[in-house]
Ligand binder design. Structure first.
Ligand SMILES: Cc1ncc(COP(=O)(O)O)c(C=O)c1O
Length: 473
């Protein structure tokens, strides 16, 4: 097992420096006393080569899409073409100032306009805001639009937001943050929304329904047109969680399924690298009836009717998304969905042949869920044990314990950018783990055996995270 990496502060040696900046040839500005630090700035003291090695060591320990297969379900960890990075890094984009006068940033404005138009065409919507910084942020923005719409019609008593029990946790959280009362809609045994249960919940208190399609089980909601008709007939609006757009890109549009508002995760479908907290982008698109409630960008010193992010959002991510859309073009955007779905079905079939049990034994969309309930009962090996063992085989684990309605769930999303050889290798890894499971289940309880950190106390890490180094007193 490799050793833990020391923090740069722990490597610090008093007085060690890296003098690379020439002395200024203009007089130093005398900072007013009131603005000066009262205590010295505590920074690690390291030589340049130590700093370089420190970050290189950290980079080597990080696992990303560029290192290998990354089948994290519900995350669309696809390869981000390098040309998108080159475009986002063009000086005219990377160095544009958000307060620059309009005439000086015509190129940036053209990017945003063209991206908005492309997203409207892709999603079947009439208008987009590019401000939200992530999917969850887009959900909140969309929910606030739905609330503003009902209020503008004197229909503010609509307080219920319906959310399927298979939904991603951010859906109920965003609806609650926007002031709605969340009511769960149960799924049927086939994993899709239970229409009878939905019908019983619809009344004049319903503000709308949040859904993703394919849903988080990787299954296409075949009754989607019926569902949107039912919700609309009760006066509610339909919200599409676009996190799963990769499965239908260029083939089907949320707007044509009856959705009134959607967010799209540019950092998933439109290939911005992600993981580790961003920056991301979750533009929100709406049908014309909701367009007046979209956030606007206020001029300097003003406050817009609703502004959800400073200036125009994470611009570099917008530039990457447009580069991605333009390099693929309409036909190849469609190929994304075809190959994403094909890859997921291929891997699911191979894992089934290796002895694993799909939670729903029918063709999937871009991702699928296994259940390890039987393995847990018969050998004591849990989905967590299997996921941790995957690390020892040098692969990134799939998503665990999501969606919540599947017991001992492992969720795989291979994405369209993986080759058949990579999928075959992943299937071999999973088959080898199956053999481990039968031969020595006990050893799997302590996996991974090759990682620096094996089994952190996840509750403690979430509840009392140590995010700051503090000097010893
Ligand atoms: C189905 C679904 N909805 C919403 C989100 C939230 O997106 P973000 O992480 O960009 O906030 C995710 C993220 O994984 C997701 O999988």
């Amino acid at each position: 097992m490799s050793e833990a990496v020391l923090l740069s502060y722990e490597k610090s040696v008093p007085g060690r420096r890296s003098e690379v900046i020439p002395k200024p040839d203009v007089p130093a500005y005398a900072l007013p006393e009131a603005l000066r630090r009262k205590t010295p700035l505590l920074l690690p003291e390291l030589s340049e080569v130590d700093v370089d090695r420190h970050y290189t060591e950290l980079a080597h320990r990080a696992y990303g899409v560029n290192c290998g297969f990354y089948p994290l379900g519900s995350c669309t960890m696809k390869y981000n073409p390098a040309v998108n990075e080159a475009v986002a890094a063009l000086p005219g984009f990377a160095q544009a100032h958000p307060l620059a006068p309009a005439h000086a940033v015509a190129g940036c404005r053209a990017v945003m306009e063209e991206l908005s138009e492309s997203l409207c065409r892709i999603a079947g919507m009439d208008a987009f805001t590019l401000q939200p910084a992530a999917g969850a942020h887009g959900e909140l923005t969309g929910m606030l639009c739905v609330r503003a719409y009902h209020e503008s019609r004197g229909d503010a008593a609509r307080k219920t937001m319906l959310v399927p029990d298979s939904a991603h946790g951010t859906n109920p959280a965003s609806a609650a943050m926007a002031g709605f009362t969340v009511v769960n809609v149960p799924s049927r045994a086939d994993g899709c929304v239970d229409l009878d249960a939905l019908s019983a919940l619809l009344d004049d208190g319903v503000a709308g329904m949040m859904m993703t399609n394919p849903n988080t089980l990787g299954l296409f909601e075949k009754d989607i047109l019926k569902i949107s008709r039912m919700v609309h007939a009760s006066g509610g609006l339909m919200y599409y969680d676009g996190a799963n757009l990769n499965a239908i890109l260029g083939l089907a549009r949320p707007g044509d399924m009856g959705f009134d508002v959607t967010h799209l995760n540019l950092h998933k479908t439109f290939s911005t690298p992600h993981g580790g907290g961003g920056p991301g982008s979750g533009p929100v698109g709406v049908k014309a009836l909701l367009a007046p409630f979209l956030p606007t960008v206020a001029s300097l010193g003003e406050t817009g009717p609703l502004q959800v992010k400073a200036f125009h959002g994470n611009f570099a991510t917008l530039a990457r998304a447009l580069a991605y859309i333009k390099t693929l073009g309409g036909d190849h955007l469609r190929d994304v969905a075809h190959h994403a779905v094909l890859n997921a079905n291929y891997l699911m079939a191979r894992l089934k042949a290796a002895g694993y049990t799909p939670a729903f034994d029918r063709p999937c969309m871009h991702e699928f869920v296994l259940t390890l309930e039987h393995e847990r009962e018969t050998t004591g090996v849990s989905a967590l044990d299997v996921a941790k063992t995957v690390i020892d085989y040098g692969m990134h684990p799939p998503t665990m314990y999501f969606p919540l309605i599947v017991h001992e769930a492992l969720m795989f999303e291979p994405t369209e950018t993986e080759t058949r050889e990579t999928l075959d290798r992943a299937a071999q890894v999973m088959a080898a783990i199956r053999a481990d499971l039968e031969r020595d289940p006990e050893a799997m309880h302590t996996a991974p055996h090759s990682a620096v950190i094996g089994r952190p106390d996840e509750v403690r890490a979430a509840r009392t995270p140590v995010l700051r180094w503090k000097p010893e007193p």
